[in-house]
Design a protein around this ligand. Structure first.
Ligand code: 5GP
Ligand code: ZN
Length: 137
């Protein structure tokens, strides 16, 4: 993918602060951290979105995210870690090369997700949505 910024990072055409690398994946510091120490894990090969990414690659991405989460807990004394992965513009995705965010969290770090929980109109509405999902699974 010629115009993909993360493929350019893999190809070392643009710089990144790499923290981990193996045959399949690369992890580097996010230039716009939600919390300082925020890292990204990407496959070296271009895939997007999650539904087009092979299961083995997804496993590698998440195994690496776990390693980085441990490193953030140990190295920074983080109190928690958010692991996030966005798919599609509607979800907030900006870079269309699959990536897993690994974000260290600290008690009282001042960051709040805008997690605005809604309510179903009634139990039937939730059950109808559940049935549509079951039909696809
Ligand atoms: P998304 O919104 O697509 O899930 O997240 C994309 C992330 O990539 C953002 O957190 C953004 O700060 C980060 N990012 C975008 N461009 C670059 C870049 O050139 N280098 C690095 N290190 N991070 C980037
Ligand atoms: Zn790419």
């Amino acid at each position: 993918m010629n115009d993909c910024i993360f493929c350019k990072i893999v190809a070392k055409e643009i710089p990144a602060t790499i923290i981990y690398e193996d045959d399949e994946v690369l992890a580097f510091m996010d230039i716009g951290p939600i919390i300082k120490g925020h890292a990204l894990v990407i496959p070296k090969k271009h895939y997007d979105p999650i539904t087009e990414t092979p299961d083995e690659i997804l496993a590698q991405l998440h195994i690496t995210a776990k390693k980085i989460a441990s490193a953030q807990l140990n190295a920074f004394g983080a109190d928690g870690v958010n692991i996030m992965q966005n798919n599609g513009k509607a979800s907030g995705q900006e870079v269309e090369h699959i990536h897993v965010h690994v974000i260290p969290r600290f008690n009282n770090d001042g960051h709040h997700w805008n997690w605005n929980a809604k309510k179903y109109d009634d139990i039937d509405e939730m059950n109808e949505l559940a049935e549509k999902l079951r039909e696809q699974l």
